[in-house]
Design a protein around this ligand. Structure first.
Ligand SMILES: Nc1ncnc2c1ncn2[C@@H]1O[C@H](COP(=O)(O)OP(=O)(O)OP(=O)(O)O)[C@@H](O)[C@H]1O
Ligand SMILES: [Mg+2]
Length: 337
């Protein structure tokens, strides 16, 4: 987590539409220079969160300070300091790429020359320099996205709301945009709220992740914090060249710090409380006459974390209850209630 000033501070944000509750009591924060990822399936409430925090949508309940301002009474002032990339780029089809940027630049109080210069530089930055004077109506999805990203950055905002910034981009453009987001935060101290369905992108960029399901926040923290909350045991695979004999599995399971031991096709899988217990397990195998060819500790990745949170959220929804205290096989996540 960044040590910077509190840029977003919201509590209990709730918003319903006629179709139901889109966001239910969201509390989170972001500090200057942080990238916060909003994760969750379609309809989870990610875009609604961004629209609320940028003051373009009013909540039914809850409070927020964003860049020290109240988004709903000081929205115009706030939006002068924020940049937004919406899910569908929302460009004016009749204008060229550069004209789209100039128009927004003028609205934001830039001179025509300033808007042209900065817009031209950003289009170059996004590899769209040769299309600056072409009408947007013939652009591909990815080309539109690049122009919209340039537009979001035009006035050098302190806080960026980027809603699926890489969807529709080719791999090279995706890498450029991911690098750019990283450098905006790390080099320039900009704060970024990022909605994405790409877990790798979130893992690479975000200091903290907020995981939403059905409008409710089910977890918020660094990937490591969330993994530690979800799994208090540490899993290690042992390659013994053949399935572990039942006697060895029993022996391992009876070691005081081993929580679970099972045979696998090439050896055994053992759950221990801590990494430092792994050599003791290996020594026990060797003392029992087994040959240990390889030891393969399994560190959960972001996908493991996300799907464990999803499983817990689904189980809670099915049970009609609060999120449960543990997904199957884990010793107790402290998921956000
Ligand atoms: N303007 C609106 N009018 C009516 N319902 C809305 C409106 N905006 C959002 N919703 C509803 O609120 C819920 C959350 O929508 P939201 O757009 O925030 O989801 P999301 O997490 O961004 O999903 P996606 O990954 O598909 O973009 C959905 O059920 C959606 O239908
Ligand atoms: Mg969305």
């Amino acid at each position: 987590m960044g040590d910077g000033a509190l840029v977003i501070d919201c509590e209990g944000l709730t918003r319903s539409f006629p179709s139901g509750v889109a966001l239910d009591g969201l509390t989170l924060d972001a500090r200057a220079g942080e990238v916060i990822a909003l994760l969750g399936p379609n309809g989870a409430g990610k875009t609604t969160t961004m629209r609320l925090l940028n003051g373009v949508l009013h909540p039914d309940h809850g409070r927020a300070r964003v860049l020290g301002l109240d988004p709903w009474t000081q929205g115009e002032e706030l939006r002068r300091r924020t940049g937004v990339l919406t899910e569908n780029a929302g460009l004016d089809e009749r204008f060229t790429a550069l004209e789209n940027l100039e128009f927004v630049g003028r609205l934001r109080g830039m001179t025509e020359a300033e808007a042209r210069r900065r817009g031209g530089d950003l289009l170059e930055r996004f590899d769209m320099g040769d299309r600056a004077d072409v009408k947007v109506q013939g652009f591909s999805t990815g080309q539109r996205k690049r122009v919209a990203l340039a537009r979001a950055l035009l006035h050098d905002p302190e806080l960026l709301f980027l809603d699926e910034p890489t969807s529709g981009l080719d791999p090279a453009a995706t890498r450029d945009v991911v690098d750019l987001i990283g450098s905006l935060a790390n080099d320039l101290g900009r704060t970024v709220v990022l909605c994405t369905h790409f877990l790798g992108e979130a893992g690479h960029l975000a200091s903290r992740m907020a995981v939403l399901f059905h409008g409710r926040l089910h977890a918020f923290g660094t990937p490591d914090d969330l993994a530690a909350e979800l799994w208090s045991s540490f899993e290690v695979g042992l390659d013994l060249g053949a399935p572990a004999a039942p006697g060895l599995v029993r022996h391992l399971a009876e070691l005081p710090f081993v929580r679970q031991a099972t045979a696998t096709d090439d050896g055994a899988r053992v759950h221990v409380g801590d990494r430092k217990e792994v050599p003791v397990v290996v020594a026990a195998c060797v003392a029992a006459g087994a040959s240990v060819y390889a030891v393969d500790p399994h560190d959960p990745n972001l996908e493991d974390v996300y799907f464990a949170i999803e499983a817990a959220a689904t189980a809670a929804a099915t049970a009609g209850a609060e999120p449960p205290s543990a997904p199957a096989g884990a010793a107790g996540p402290e998921l956000v209630p």
